[in-house]
Design a protein around this ligand. Structure first.
Ligand SMILES: Cc1cc2nc3c(=O)[nH]c(=O)nc-3n(C[C@H](O)[C@H](O)[C@H](O)COP(=O)(O)OP(=O)(O)OC[C@H]3O[C@@H](n4cnc5c(N)ncnc54)[C@H](O)[C@@H]3O)c2cc1C
Length: 283
């Protein structure tokens, strides 16, 4: 299929992009196009205007600022994957990125596009939530910062308003006590996950503290498993791990990939794998 007709404009600045989307009721931003173009071609979406943000300077940087890793919206997945700064200071992201699609998709797809699109089976929204990161957005009323906890509202629905542009994400930089874990189950490497789990914790001697578990592929948004987080706080042994699995308060719906019951079982399998990762010091 071919997309419905649309107009195209290439913005050269954030201000111009905000003005362009603000001036059209059915405008959409175009970043890497890896999700948007597919939805246009399938006619799941028919915007009247595409506002291309790829020509806007200053949105493709990766920096460490005041204990936070800041990643510009137009940083490509592949660029982030190769970044030494991300490998050192945001190792959860480094571990998750190779699971996104295939190299051709990661060469074009952007960090901002992935977070803004908020696919419930996507890796990066769950990482943002697990890390307790935040999103920087710019809209007609200026800049604002939205915490990950407040960002994912529903299926493909975020706290961004129609006229907002996501400009960057910020993640707390890892330190020597940071522990991370990531695992997903997909039918083939590169497919969207049936179920996935991004996790962080702080090492406290042989114990874990501040455990954050963000599951994806099991609901409309990435979801924290708070009772399991509590169950994992303390010295980890088999009994505590089993208690955490039993405390998983997930109720995933059936989807094309698996039944809810299978997904819930897989969530327990992933939790056990990820706890083992959380117990290992980061190299
Ligand atoms: C075959 C295939 C497999 C894939 N597998 C995976 C996978 O396993 N995991 C995964 O996470 N993703 C996967 N993807 C999607 C990929 O990661 C996309 O790159 C990503 O979801 C969207 O990023 P993009 O830059 O391409 O955004 P686009 O497609 O350009 O835009 C997506 C949406 O986000 C909006 N948007 C984009 N940028 C911004 C911004 N800065 N501010 C506000 N709104 C914005 C657009 O208007 C649009 O609505 C796959 C894609 C394909 C084609």
């Amino acid at each position: 299929m071919k997309p419905a007709p649309f107009a195209y404009a290439k913005a050269r600045s954030l201000e111009e992009a905000v003005a362009l989307i603000g001036g059209h009721a059915d405008a959409r931003l175009l970043a890497g196009g890896q999700s948007l173009i597919a939805t246009l071609n399938m006619r799941l979406s028919a915007p009247g205007l595409l506002v291309d943000i790829n020509g806007i300077g200053g949105l493709d940087g990766i920096a460490l600022n005041g204990g936070m890793v800041e990643i510009g919206a137009l940083v490509r997945h592949a660029q982030a994957e190769r970044s030494e700064l991300i490998a050192k200071h945001a190792p959860l992201l480094a571990r998750a990125l190779p699971h996104i699609g295939h190299p051709a998709i990661r060469n074009r797809g952007t960090i901002g596009g992935s977070i803004a699109f908020a696919d419930p089976a996507a890796e990066l929204p769950a990482c943002l939530l697990a890390l307790g990161g935040e999103v920087e957005a710019m809209g007609p009323k200026g800049k604002r910062t939205i915490k990950a906890e407040d960002f994912f509202l529903g299926l493909f629905e975020t706290a961004l308003d129609a006229g907002d542009i996501l400009t960057a994400i910020r993640l707390p930089a890892a330190d020597k006590n940071t522990r991370i874990g990531f695992a997903e189950l997909a039918r083939r490497h590169g497919d969207y996950a049936m179920v996935g789990l991004a996790a962080t914790a702080r090492a406290d001697g042989k114990s874990l503290a501040d455990v954050r578990l963000a599951f994806f592929g099991i609901g409309a948004t990435p979801l924290r498993a708070r009772k399991a987080e509590t169950a994992l706080t303390g010295t980890i042994d088999d009994r505590r791990i089993e208690a955490a699995v039993a405390a998983l308060e997930l109720d995933p719906p059936d989807d094309l990939q698996a039944t809810g019951a299978v997904k819930k079982h897989l969530a327990g399998v992933l939790l056990k794998r990820v706890v083992r990762q959380l117990m290992e010091p980061q190299s």
